[in-house]
Design a protein around this ligand. Structure first.
Ligand SMILES: Cc1cc2nc3c(=O)[nH]c(=O)nc-3n(C[C@H](O)[C@H](O)[C@H](O)COP(=O)(O)O)c2cc1C
Length: 207
C-alpha cells in the first residue's frame, strides 16, 4: 500500500518510519562533526610546542583554518613565528596526541613528546605522523575568545606507503583519527563508499 506525502510516493512502512523518527530540536548545539584531530607544532620561546586541535576547516583549495583558544600557550608562538606544522593523527600516536591536548606548554615542556625533524619550511614535522602539512599563517580571523588562524599550505609530506597508485593520499591507509565534541570522543575513519559524483550521475540517469 502506498501514500502520497509532499508529492512523493511512500510505502506505509516508510511513512511509519518518518513519524516514529521525528527529529527533536536539541538547541543550538555545535554538531558539525566528525572533524580530523591534528597535532599542531610550532615554536614558542625558542622551544617546540605541540597541541591538539580538532576545530579545523578548509578555505578555498590552498588554505586551512585552525581555531585555537586565545589563552593557549601555543598561540603566541604561532603569532611570532608565523608558521606551523599540521600533523595528522593516527591511532598509533593517539595516546601522545591526547596528552598534548590536555597538558599546557605553559607548565610542561612538551617538546620531546614526538620525534620530529625540520621540514623544508623549518617547522617541526612529526616523524610518525602519516601526513604532515607545513603552513604559513597568513591571517587571523579573531573572535572574542578564539584565534582562527588562516594558514597557507607550503609543503605536504605523506608516508609513501599511504599514497595510492596515482600518488595521492590514500585515506583508507592513512586512517586519520576523527573527533566529535558533543560526546567528547575519538572516532575511527570508515571505509571508502565510492567515487564522488558517481552516485549523482546514476541518480540523474534514473530520473
Ligand atoms: C580531542 C581534543 C581536541 C582539541 N581541540 C582543540 C581545538 O580545536 N582548539 C583549541 O583551541 N584547543 C583544542 N584542544 C585543547 C588543547 O589542545 C589543549 O588545551 C592544549 O593543552 C593547549 O596546549 P598549550 O597550552 O601548550 O598551547 C583540544 C583538546 C583535545 C583533547
Amino acid at each position: 500500500m502506498f501514500c502520497r506525502r509532499n508529492d512523493s510516493v511512500f510505502s506505509i512502512t516508510q511513512i511509519l518510519h518518518i513519524y516514529l523518527t521525528m527529529k527533536k530540536n536539541i538547541g543550538n548545539v555545535l554538531a558539525l562533526y566528525p572533524t580530523p584531530a591534528v597535532v599542531v607544532g610550532t615554536e614558542v620561546k625558542g622551544k617546540v610546542n605541540w597541541l591538539l586541535v580538532a576545530h579545523v576547516g578548509i578555505i578555498g583549495h590552498d588554505q586551512i583554518m585552525l581555531s585555537m583558544f586565545k589563552k593557549h600557550y601555543t598561540n603566541e608562538g604561532v603569532k611570532q613565528s608565523g608558521k606551523v606544522s599540521v600533523n595528522m593523527v593516527n591511532e598509533a600516536m593517539l595516546e601522545r596526541a591526547d596528552y598534548v591536548g590536555c597538558t599546557s606548554g605553559a607548565k610542561t615542556d612538551k617538546s620531546d613528546v614526538f620525534v620530529f625533524h625540520r621540514g623544508e619550511a623549518g617547522t617541526p614535522v612529526i616523524d610518525e605522523s602519516p601526513l604532515v602539512m607545513e603552513c604559513e599563517v597568513v591571517d587571523n580571523y579573531e573572535t572574542e575568545t578564539f584565534d582562527n588562524f588562516i594558514c597557507k599550505i607550503t609543503n605536504t609530506y605523506v608516508d609513501e606507503d599511504c599514497l595510492n597508485g596515482k600518488g595521492k593520499p590514500d585515506y583508507d591507509k592513512l586512517k586519520p583519527v576523527l573527533f566529535e565534541m558533543p560526546n567528547y570522543t575519538y572516532l575511527r575513519t570508515g571505509e571508502t563508499i565510492g567515487k564522488c559524483t558517481s552516485f549523482g550521475k546514476e541518480y540523474r540517469k534514473e530520473k
